[in-house]
Design a protein around this ligand. Structure first.
Ligand code: SER
Length: 630
């Protein structure tokens, strides 16, 4: 069964049970400042679980787009994803355990056709310290459901110690595993938070696959919650009947249900593939990566296959994030978009893909979700391409630099470790990769791990803070010395000043350096080192050159790099001694490149007409120019 059929069947089946179907909410949660992303279907239901009336009633179902940022590091195995879809249904103090479990069992076994022999469940063991009883009601319902399907279902306890016995289907766990709230266990719940015992459903890919024997868990007993990959959790029924109060967990006045099932995993179970990347939710991406790289994907644990999976997961997530308005940046949500895109690009590079990548990926992802979600396709593709173009400028050089750095570390002997070398990427160096080549911190960390190099996280963080401090100082200094304010008109004149300095250097020579500036909303005043009067003819040339750049509508690019790198790129800098190790560089086409704290406008097209209104002597060897924009 393909994923579209499963999604549809789930919604139609729940509709038959009286649920109203609502659309997926955005990956950016509305009115919820506590979290960056929607990571469970219940997030948009919280007010109704708490008792507010839902306009559509007390039974709701949907398929919700989710992004779990905390799973980024897990991606690479056969079953973890950052972006996934959660099939969900909710009871707002309406149906409860009996109905929920019957429906879900019927949906999985009859609608999707999963063999009940291969389903396993977990149930809450109870928490005496919180006064919450063992959930025998749920266990009894499961037993009768399995029985009705002709399957023996025995209780099992302390499964992690003993492993699984014959016919044992029902496993009991404590509040670490079988209690669900947005903040985890009862102890971690803030006052007013809802939670409750949950009952998870697992699919068994079978002992024959020897996944356990071939995993790092070999030698320990295998059980449903073992991480070897033999079992997939495919659904979770949360019985939200408790609330955290000042004096602990109390029974809530309403009996709610919150069910969530991972579409990718149910789809994988339905085709009996322990690799979710073989489902139609990923396969077209994998196929495209095969085509572009000329390599084949084999579902193995090799670094190459892992790269395929990271790309497939991250490219899909990137498209979905950007489509929901999460554009790559260095902050908050945008940083996650940036991280998944850049990590996917590094992996693609490793598979030998140098061509533009995100745009063809976006096409394929749109296709996968055709008729399911509506995307602002053009805008999304544009943002993805923009980010790719930006990173491609530094990607290859950055990887080269990284290799140089680790080679140097490998060659350098120091305190003896097992293999004779100290291998550590120091904070200054990793920060350099971050700052000058745009490598996200976690990506550098991963590259270090892959190369057996220690990543000095503390050192990186220290550099990061130091830099933040420096850029604050730099921009404060800039406002004082140069710009009267950061208003629009002043900013335009500031950009014009950069163009003018570059033009002066072309017309008068590269000895012309900035000696000081004062920019207000009305005019720019600019002092340059030059020993003679600048002639009317020369001024005209400067004016023409500046206006020429304006008419070319050139985008202004901002980047950050080391001072050394900025000098290497021939960036002009006025107050070198004021800068720290890391500097911002503004580039205007091939015309101007200057170290500067900003701010600047985005495009020279925004400037209008540039005119020099005065040229005079300021002090010995220094000329003062005043200019305006109209
Ligand atoms: N909220 C629960 C979960 O995320 C069930 O939907 O697992």
């Amino acid at each position: 069964m393909n994923s579209k059929e499963i999604r549809e069947k789930f919604l139609r089946y729940l509709e038959k049970q009286g649920c109203k179907i609502v659309p997926s909410g955005s990956l950016v949660p509305e009115n919820d400042p506590t979290t960056l992303f929607t990571s469970a279907g219940m997030q948009q239901m919280v007010p109704y679980l708490l008792g507010e009336k839902h306009p559509l009633g007390t039974r709701i179902a949907n398929s919700q787009k989710c992004f779990r940022a905390k799973d980024i590091k897990e991606v690479g195995d056969l079953r973890h994803n950052t972006f996934f879809e959660m099939l969900g249904d909710w009871s707002f103090n309406d149906f409860f355990k009996q109905e929920q479990l019957i429906w879900i069992f019927e949906f999985l076994t009859k609608e999707v056709g999963l063999d009940p022999k291969r389903l396993f469940v977990t149930v809450f063991r109870g928490s005496p310290e919180n006064n919450i009883p063992k959930d025998t009601e749920t266990a009894d319902i499961w037993k009768s459901l399995f029985k009705s399907a002709g399957v023996e279902a025995k209780d099992a306890d302390f499964s992690e110690k003993n492993g699984m016995g014959k016919d044992e289907k029902i496993f009991y766990y404590d509040d670490n595993k079988n209690w669900w709230s947005r903040s985890g266990s009862p102890e971690n719940m803030p006052i007013g938070e809802l939670g409750g015992p949950d009952s998870e459903i697992f699919w068994d890919f079978g002992a024959d696959l020897k996944m356990h024997e071939n995993s790092s868990w070999k030698g320990q007993p295998c059980h449903v919650n073992c991480d070897c990959g033999r079992f997939f959790e495919i659904g979770n029924n949360v019985f939200m009947q408790y609330i955290k109060e000042k004096d602990g967990i109390k029974t809530f006045s309403k009996k709610n249900v919150d069910f969530g099932g991972g579409l990718e995993r149910i789809a994988a179970a339905s085709i009996d593939s322990p690799d979710v990347f073989k489902t139609d939710l990923f396969l077209p991406i994998i196929n495209q990566v095969e085509k572009m790289s000329g390599k084949r994907y084999n579902s193995s644990a090799s670094e190459e296959d892992k790269a395929f999976r990271v790309i497939a997961d991250h490219a899909r997530a990137a498209v979905l994030l950007v489509a929901d308005g999460v554009f790559p940046s260095n902050k908050e949500r945008g940083y996650f978009a940036r991280r998944v895109i850049r990590r996917a690009l590094v992996k693609a590079q490793k598979l030998g893909i140098n061509d533009n990548f995100m745009a063809p990926m976006a096409e394929i992802v749109f296709e996968i979700f055709e008729g399911v979600y509506v995307f602002p396709k053009e805008k999304a593709a544009e943002e993805l391409e923009k980010e790719e173009t930006k990173f491609r400028k530094t990607l290859v050089e950055g990887l080269k630099k990284f290799n140089e750095l680790i080679l140097r570390e490998k060659e350098k002997s120091g305190i003896i470790k097992e293999d004779g070398f100290v291998k550590i990427l120091k904070g200054v160096e990793s920060f350099y990769l971050y700052q000058s080549f745009g490598f996200p911190k976690e990506l550098i960390q991963e590259l270090c791990e892959e190369n057996g190099i220690e990543f000095d996280e503390k050192g990186f963080n220290e550099e990061f803070l130091k830099h933040q401090e420096l850029s604050r100082t730099a921009s404060a200094g800039m406002f004082k010395g140069g710009l009267a304010d950061a208003g629009e008109q002043t900013t335009r004149l500031h950009t014009a000043a950069h163009l003018m300095l570059a033009a002066l250097r072309q017309v008068l020579g590269s000895h012309v350096m900035q000696k000081g500036s004062n920019i207000t909303a009305e005019r720019l005043r600019f002092d340059v080192a030059h020993s003679q009067k600048i002639t009317a003819e020369e001024l005209q040339k400067v004016e023409d050159l500046v206006n020429e750049q304006i008419s070319k509508k050139i985008a202004i690019e901002e980047s950050e790099m080391s001072l050394e790198e900025a000098k290497k790129q021939n960036a002009t800098g006025a107050f070198e001694n004021k800068y720290g190790d890391r500097v911002k560089v503004y580039t205007i086409g091939n015309f101007s490149k200057e170290i500067c704290g900003g701010p600047h406008i985005k495009n020279t097209g925004e400037l209008g007409k540039f005119k020099i209104i005065k040229e005079e002597s300021s002090s010995s060897g220094v000329r003062r120019i005043k200019a305006v924009l109209s």
